[in-house]
Design a protein around this ligand. Structure first.
Ligand SMILES: Nc1ncnc2c1ncn2[C@@H]1O[C@H](COP(=O)(O)OP(=O)(O)OP(=O)(O)O)[C@@H](O)[C@H]1O
Length: 264
């Protein structure tokens, strides 16, 4: 068997806090194969962002082990195995779009001509070739988020970690961005882990939806999305799409009900 792109084995995360330790994650076991698109969904505070931050080496687990492409997350970070996209595009306002996309390459010491070529390629990939010389404030929220995606993909990471990247966008822009991300995923073959609060978004995008329980976050259910990889607006009207969203909704209701019931 090939090495999974992401491997979490019995991972736990406890944060020290003034009121006593907070167990954010408990017994997380998850393997993500290269090229998969996995969404994490669950109630607020269940540890979705924490899980992403463990993968990105922004936090170290208090128990268990995390491997990114078979390596320690720190090694993976040095090797630029992953790129990250957050809810806010976090672009540098004083830099033009092209210079924002080039930033991680600049930090890596990539030569100027190569940086420029890569930024041009990535901006074309996200459909913003004509906006290379614009400033972020001249772009809409959706366009800024596309710049953030281009920046995250600039060094061609094997893994893309996305934390509610479309949470701040209106519904129509959001649906367009979902289609865009699917197209980019198809073209690049990147492994994606995507945090969302939206059930239809999770189903539309993913090959698997991981449903988490309220804190301490555990994996409560995994829903395989057996829709064809090619998806479009018609997919959203498909009976199988409805069935899958219902399945995820039921799983979320169950974790909610289980959390509300007295513990035995
Ligand atoms: N640095 C920290 N110190 C203490 N507690 C933390 C820290 N980071 C996260 N937590 C706690 O861990 C739990 C999980 O947080 P996390 O942000 O991962 O949840 P989430 O599922 O992403 O939430 P949301 O959906 O609201 O964004 C929360 O109870 C949070 O308060």
């Amino acid at each position: 068997m090939s090495t999974p792109a992401l491997h979490l084995a019995d991972v736990g995360m406890v944060f020290p806090a003034p009121g006593g330790p907070v167990t954010a994650l408990e017994h997380i076991d998850l393997d993500v194969e290269a090229g998969e698109f996995v969404s994490l969904i669950g109630p607020s505070g269940c540890g979705k962002s924490t899980l992403l931050r463990l993968l990105a080496d922004l936090l170290q687990p208090t128990s268990g082990s995390v491997l990114v492409d078979g390596a320690d997350p720190h090694r993976a970070r040095l090797d630029r195995t992953y790129g990250m996209v957050f809810q806010a595009a976090t672009l540098l306002e004083w830099r033009r779009v092209r210079a924002n996309v080039e930033l991680p390459l600049e930090i890596m010491g990539v030569a100027r001509a190569e940086r420029r070529a890569r930024a041009t390629e990535m901006l074309a990939l996200v459909g913003l070739a004509e906006f290379a010389d614009a400033y972020p404030w001249q772009l809409s929220g959706g366009m800024q988020q596309r710049v953030a995606i281009a920046r995250a993909l600039a060094f061609r990471p094997a893994v893309l970690l996305m934390d509610e990247p479309f949470g701040a966008l209106d519904e129509m822009t959001r649906e367009r961005m979902q289609a865009e991300v699917l197209r980019i995923w198809g073209e690049t073959g990147t492994t994606v882990v995507f945090v969302t609060h939206s059930i239809p978004e999770a189903v539309f995008l993913s090959t698997r939806v991981v449903v988490m329980s309220p804190r301490p976050g555990r994996i409560a259910d995994v829903v395989e999305v057996d829709l064809p990889r090619e998806r479009d607006d018609d997919t959203r009207e498909d009976q199988r799409f409805f069935a899958l969203t219902t399945r995820v909704r039921d799983a979320l209701r169950k974790v909610d009900a289980d959390a509300g019931s007295p513990r035995s």
